[in-house]
Design a protein around this ligand. Sequence first.
Ligand code: GH3
Ligand code: MG
Ligand code: MG
Length: 327
Amino acid sequence: MKASFRHHAHWRLIVGPLLTFAIASVFLLMARSGIRVPVPGAFMVGMIFLSSCIGGAAAGCLSAVIAVCCSFVLLSGPELSFIPDFRWRLQLVLLFALTLPFLVGHLRNRAARRFERERTMRERAEAANRELLILRAELMHHTQELERLATTDDLTGLCNRRHFLTLAENERRRHAHGHMPLALLIFDIDLFKSVNDRFGHDAGDAMIRHVGDVCRSEMGASDILARLGGEEFVLLLLETTGEQAIALAERTRKRLEAAPLAVDGTEVRVTVSIGVAEADAQTQSIGDLMKRADQALYRAKREGRNLVRYAGPQRGNLPAAPAAVAA
Ligand code: GH3
Ligand code: MG
Ligand code: MG
């Protein structure tokens, strides 16, 4: 690769002078045969310029020497009659021929330096662009992470309260506008404090996660489940009537009741009380719906826990579910 590069450099150095020599020889032969060469000086200057461009100042100088020798012979004729003195003619040709390669070399170097500068700047701009792209990707990642942290509950991976309120309010408006049924459940783990007290905070956390997982497995794909805080959950059931919501609440309550949580080899019974509410014409906000579900939940607690209670204007209250259960 290096050898071929050197070979290439030599070729550039000699091609110009060789061409100059060939043309100069033709001119001399023509002059000797009595054929008048029209503008030999212009041809020679052109060849020096060409050599300098191809091979740089060294090639230009070589061509210049050949051109000067040729000119020396050719200019002994009467062409440059406006400079009668032969010595002056010779000096003029020498000066012109020797200056030209340096001038061309200088211009070539300047162009090369400018090209190099532009290349460096382009490379810097590309590097900055790449860095910018990386920073943008990082920023997007951090933004997504921030958004996730702002909307997700750490312990369960469910929506947090604030995010739930935003999503649920949008759904409430959409459902009210389309006259679609909408129901809401609030779950509260019964006597949860005693789980913490007896088995420790980690066991309490495990129970919160367990209840979250069971609720998640019962809900529909478009329903919205969130941890409200502590050991309370909320589930918004889209396009669901109060009856359907009560059925789902009962199913979840029974499932939890039937699946105790294993903590350090001990089976800890998990029960929840659930308040159910259904949106109606009087429901002005998701807060209204939650308030009613909360009232139903407190009734379930008051009436013995491990119960589902419904709060609705037309429906009245459901009969009590099985007896209260301690953890
Ligand atoms: P009730 O049946 O009336 O709901 O009784 P409870 O014991 O479940 O309710 P209470 O409000 O008296 O206790 C809730 C406890 O939940 C108190 C608090 O220490 C605990 N708690 C709140 N957040 C967390 C949490 O993130 N992890 C754990 N392990 N405990 C929590
Ligand atoms: Mg509570
Ligand atoms: Mg509780």
